[in-house]
Design a protein around this ligand. Structure first.
Ligand code: HEM
Length: 553
C-alpha cells in the first residue's frame, strides 16, 4: 500500500528530476496529480487540526465540539450507553453548568445545569421569565392542548389554582385513599397471588394508570386485572405519548412535514390522539348527562366533575375540549411517575437487605399500636389494610422512597426557555429564547450537595431523630420546585407508601437474577426501566412476620 507521503515524494522526485522533461502532457498530468496530493495533504492537516482542537475543547467544555456536528458524536455515544450518566460526568467536570452544542440543523443548543443556585433562580427567583416556552408547547400541543402541563401564564395559573385547592380538599383525599385501597386489595394483591414471576414494573404501571384515570375522569379503565389485559385507551395513550416524545429528537420541520403528509410516527400519533379524544368525549358526554339528572354522580369528586361545576372568567362553562385537556394532562402527570419510582425502589431494596428489615420493623411497630397483636389466629395482622394515619407514620419508608427518587428521579431532566437576557447565579450568561435543561438525575449525584457517599442508597440521610425531614426543593428537585412544584406530591408519597408497605409486608420481592436481565434506564422523559423488572414474589411466612414483631418490641 502506498502512503500519502510516499506517493507525494515519488511524484515530486519524478517531476524535478525527470530525464526527458519534454513530455508536456506527462508533466501537466503529474502537476495535476501533485495538486491533488497537496489538497489531500491540506485536508489531512485541517482534519488533524480540527480533531486536536475539538478534543482540546473537552477540557473547557467537558466534551469535544466538532465543526457542524457540535457535541452530536458524544451525544450519540452517550444515548447508546447512558445519557444521564454522561450528562452527570460532564456537569461535574464543569462545576455544574455547560453549554450543549448540537449540530447546526438541530434544536439541541442549550444551557445544561445541575447547580442548585441556578435551579432555584429559574424555578423560583426569576420564575416569570422561565416559562416552558413556545418550543415545548408547540411540540406537545397536539396531545396536551392547553392543559396544566403545557400551559404558561394565565391559562396555567387558573388550572393550577383550582387543582391545588382540589388536591387539598377532604373530599379529594377521600377519593384518592378509597380508590387506592380498592385497587391494591381487590386487584393488585389478587393478581400477585396468581403468579410468582412477572414484570413488576408493568403491573405497577397498570395500577397507577387505573388510579389516575379514577382521579381525573372518575372511571376505571381496568388495566390491572387477571391476565393483564390490553386496554385500547391505555394503549392509545401510551402510543400518543411515545410518538410525541419522538418529536423532541427530530428537527421541527421534519415532524411538521410528516404531520402534514400524515406519514410514519405522525400518522400513528394522529390515530392514537383520535382514540384518546374519543374516549374523553364519551366520558364527558356521559358525565354531563349524569350531572343533569342530579343522581348520585353529583357526589363525585374526580377532577372532571369538579371542573365541570366551575365557570371561566366570563361565567361560561368550560368547553369539552378544555375539559379533555385538563384530564389528559393529569393522566400524563400522574400515570407513570409513581410506578417507575416504585420499580427502582424495589430494585434498590432487594440490593439493600438492611433497608428492607428496617421497613418491616417500622410497619410492625405501627401495626402493633393497633393493640391486638399476640393472637396469631387474628388474620388482620398478616393481611392488614393500612389506614391513612398509619401510612403517614411510616417515616423510614418515606425516607427510603425519597432516597430512591434522589438517585432515580422519575423525571430525570426538565427544561425551561428564557424570555429575556439573563445571568445565572454561577455567572453563566443566557440569551433571550435560549433553552435551559436542569438535570435532576445529576443533582442527586453531586458530592457538593449530598457528600462523599452521594452514590450510596442510604435512607438514613433523610432522618433526624428518627423522623423524616424533607430537603430544599432546589437540592432535591424530583418534584420540581417553586410555583410549579408537583401538585400531586403528597398523593404520590401516599400512593407509593401504601403500595410499598402492602407488598413488602406480605412478600420478599426478589429481583430475578437467573434470567440475566439487565436493569438500566430507558432514554425517555420518564425514567422507566428499559427492560422492566422481572421479580420473584416470595410470600412471607407467619413465622417470619412474627420474628419482625419480636424485633420491634
Ligand atoms: C413519584 C411521583 C411523582 C414525581 C416524581 C413527580 C414529579 C413532577 C415534576 C418533576 C413535575 C414538573 C414537571 C414540569 O413542569 O416539567 C411535576 C408536575 C406535576 N405533577 Fe407530578 N410527580 C409525581 C406524581 C404525580 C401525581 C401522582 C400527580 C397527579 C395525581 C402529579 C401531578 C402533577 C401535575 C398536575 C404537575 C404540573 C404542575 C404544574 O405545572 O403546575 N404528579 N411532577
Amino acid at each position: 500500500m502506498i502512503t500519502t507521503s510516499s506517493c507525494y515524494n515519488l511524484t515530486a522526485t519524478s517531476i524535478f528530476f525527470s530525464s526527458s522533461g519534454t513530455d508536456e502532457a506527462m508533466i501537466s498530468w503529474r502537476l495535476f496529480y501533485l495538486r491533488d496530493v497537496q489538497i489531500l495533504e491540506l485536508f489531512v492537516a485541517v482534519f488533524a487540526f480540527v480533531t486536536i482542537h475539538s478534543l482540546r475543547q473537552k477540557k473547557h467544555q467537558g466534551t469535544p465540539i466538532w465543526p457542524f456536528l457540535g457535541m452530536l458524536p458524544s451525544l450519540v455515544f452517550a444515548v447508546r450507553r447512558n445519557l444521564y450518566e454522561w450528562l452527570s460526568e460532564v456537569l461535574i467536570s464543569q462545576d455544574g453548568t455547560f453549554r450543549l452544542r448540537g449540530p447546526w440543523f438541530s434544536s439541541l443548543n442549550c444551557i445544561v445545569t445541575c447547580d442548585p443556585r441556578n435551579v432555584e433562580h429559574l424555578l423560583k427567583t426569576r420564575f416569570s421569565i422561565y416559562p416552558k416556552g413556545s418550543f415545548f408547547r408547540e411540540t406537545v400541543r397536539d396531545l396536551l392542548g392547553d392543559g396544566i402541563f403545557n400551559a404558561d401564564q394565565e391559562t396555567w395559573q387558573r388550572q393550577r389554582k383550582i387543582a391545588s385547592v382540589e388536591f387539598h380538599s377532604a373530599k379529594f383525599r377521600e377519593l384518592t385513599s378509597h380508590s387506592l385501597h380498592e385497587l391494591v386489595h381487590n386487584r393488585l394483591l389478587p393478581v400477585l397471588e396468581t403468579s410468582e414471576k412477572f414484570d413488576l414494573q408493568d403491573v405497577l404501571l397498570r395500577l397507577t394508570f387505573d388510579n389516575i384515570c379514577m382521579i381525573a375522569f372518575g372511571v376505571d379503565p381496568g388495566c390491572l386485572g387477571p391476565n393483564l389485559p390490553e386496554i385500547p385507551f391505555a394503549k392509545a395513550f401510551e402510543d400518543a405519548t411515545e410518538a410525541t416524545v419522538l418529536r423532541f429528537v427530530m428537527p421541527t420541520f421534519v415532524w411538521k412535514l410528516m404531520r402534514s403528509l400524515n406519514l410514519g410516527t405522525e400518522k400513528k400519533l394522529k390515530e392514537s390522539i383520535q382514540a384518546v379524544d374519543d374516549f374523553a368525549e364519551e366520558v364527558i358526554r356521559a358525565r354531563k348527562t349524569e350531572l343533569s339528572l342530579e343522581t348520585e354522580s353529583s357526589k363525585r369528586s374526580d377532577l372532571l366533575t369538579i371542573f365541570m361545576g366551575l365557570r371561566d372568567e366570563n361565567g361560561e362553562s368550560f368547553s369539552n375540549k378544555f375539559l379533555r385537556d385538563i384530564c389528559v394532562n393529569f393522566i400524563l402527570a400522574g400515570r407513570d411517575t409513581s410506578s417507575v419510582a416504585l420499580s427502582w425502589f424495589f430494585w434498590l431494596v432487594d440490593k439493600n437487605p438492611k433497608v428492607e428489615e428496617r421497613i418491616m420493623v417500622e410497619i410492625c411497630k405501627i401495626l402493633e399500636e393497633r393493640g391486638y397483636h399476640g393472637d396469631t389466629e387474628d388474620k388482620i395482622e398478616y393481611d392488614p389494610e393500612f389506614t391513612p394515619e398509619e401510612i403517614k407514620k411510616m417515616d423510614y419508608l418515606q425516607a427510603a422512597l425519597s432516597e430512591t427518587l434522589r438517585l432515580y428521579p422519575s423525571v430525570p431532566v426538565d427544561h425551561k426557555e428564557v424570555l429575556e437576557d439573563d445571568v445565572f447565579p454561577d455567572g453563566t450568561k443566557l440569551k433571550k429564547e435560549e433553552k435551559v435543561i436542569y438535570v435532576i438525575y445529576a443533582m442527586g449525584r453531586m458530592e457538593t450537595i449530598w457528600g462523599k457517599d452521594c452514590r450510596e442508597f442510604r435512607p438514613e440521610r433523610w432522618l433526624r431523630d428518627g423522623r423524616y425531614m424533607s430537603e430544599s426543593a432546589y437540592k432535591f428537585t424530583a418534584f420540581n420546585g417553586g410555583p410549579r412544584l408537583c401538585v400531586g406530591k403528597d398523593f404520590a408519597y401516599y400512593q407509593m407508601k401504601y403500595v410499598a408497605a402492602s407488598l413488602i409486608y406480605r412478600y420478599r420481592v426478589r429481583v430475578d437474577v437467573k434470567s440475566g436481565q439487565k436493569v438500566e434506564p430507558r432514554m425517555a422523559l420518564t425514567m422507566y426501566m428499559k427492560h422492566g423488572l422481572k421479580v420473584d414474589m416470595v410470600k412471607r411466612s407467619v413465622y417470619e412476620i412474627d420474628n419482625y414483631y419480636s424485633q420491634c418490641r
